[in-house]
Design a protein around this ligand. Structure first.
Ligand SMILES: C[S@@+](CC[C@H](N)C(=O)[O-])C[C@H]1O[C@@H](n2cnc3c(N)ncnc32)[C@H](O)[C@@H]1O
Length: 293
């Protein structure tokens, strides 16, 4: 028989071997097993767990010990102040991606008129949904989101329903911009493309942590030999269509910490007249590229 406090301490000791945040993991997983919020754990710390609850907590800890991310175990991830459903079909939203939302919201407040925003590679839908929930000119802005994974799109739709923006965002299946009807670009709209595409080099992906490599979808992370495959493909798609090129105002991209100069070069190759700014994240690493076309 173990109390909440004892169960937590035992779990922390086990998790120390594999996790960088054993306390937080143990708290979140115990709160999840008991279906209470984290703060109540401490108010009830001397309460003895039932056999059933104790065993279900042990099963969760065993999964975590095999490196499964906490967010996949609990199916929750907070991003931009919103709670997203996640499972192994989608990348777990990262805190650094919040910078991409902030920059896109900034650009959209400059280009308020007849604005359409396209989130390319939407995954859990965290970018399109956070923008829909926070944009000041909600009623007049159109939002589209695409992904190459049908399962990811199902999750994005589920999250959009959860956050009551399902009717606001059109989710489309296909390769980058391809699923968007070309008639859309002929409507004299101002377009902003926002994208967090796979940008690790294949080698970086191979060397990443077991938590990521074993559990998160490779197609969400591996950007090919030099990590630039999807950026180049996106730029080609933009440049090959004059309607897209004419109506596009900005592209905001999440990029790898060492990719700034390479993406700048690639951007200049495809859009010689564009201006290119890099924004750093809280760790002072290159994280978001803003391309003004
Ligand atoms: C790095 S994840 C980003 C997911 C989500 N936007 C986020 O920020 O958490 C990249 C996403 O791009 C999608 N993707 C990969 N290749 C694609 C393609 N050719 N066309 C559209 N989406 C693609 C993946 O399925 C994945 O959901």
């Amino acid at each position: 028989m173990s109390t909440i406090k004892q169960s937590l301490l035992q779990a922390v000791n086990k998790l120390k071997k594999t996790s960088e945040s054993p306390w937080l993991d143990a708290e979140v997983l115990l709160a999840y097993a008991l279906k209470i919020n984290k703060t109540k754990l401490y108010a009830r710390s001397e309460k003895v767990l039932t056999k059933n609850k104790y065993q279900s907590f042990q099963r969760l800890i065993a999964r975590r010990l095999k490196n499964e991310p906490v967010a996949y175990i609990t199916h929750h991830k907070e991003f931009f102040g919103l709670d997203f459903y996640v499972d192994k079909n989608v990348l777990i939203p990262r805190p650094e991606t919040e910078l991409l939302i902030e920059e896109t919201l900034k650009q959209s407040s400059i280009n308020k008129k007849r604005l359409t925003i396209v989130d390319v590679g939407t995954g859990s839908g965290c970018i399109a949904i956070s923008i829909a929930k926070n944009i000041s000119h909600f009623l007049t802005t159109k939002i589209y989101a695409t992904d190459i994974s049908k399962r990811a799109l199902q999750i994005a739709r589920k999250n959009a329903k959860r956050h009551k923006v399902f009717s606001k965002i059109k989710f489309l299946y296909g390769n980058l911009l391809k699923p968007l009807p070309i008639s859309l670009f002929k409507k004299k709209q101002n377009f902003i493309i926002v994208a967090n595409l796979p940008y690790l080099t294949t080698r970086e992906w191979q060397k990443t942590t077991p938590e990521i490599k074993k559990y998160e979808p490779r197609f969400a992370l591996d950007g090919g030999k030099n990590g630039l495959f999807y950026f180049e493909e996106l730029f080609q798609q933009i440049r090959s269509n004059k309607f897209v090129l004419n109506s596009l105002k900005f592209v905001t991209l999440e990029i790898g910490a060492k990719q700034g100069p390479k993406i700048k070069k690639l951007t200049k190759k495809y859009f010689p007249k564009s201006t290119f700014i890099i924004k750093k994240d809280l760790a002072e690493l290159d994280r978001t590229a803003v391309v003004d076309l």
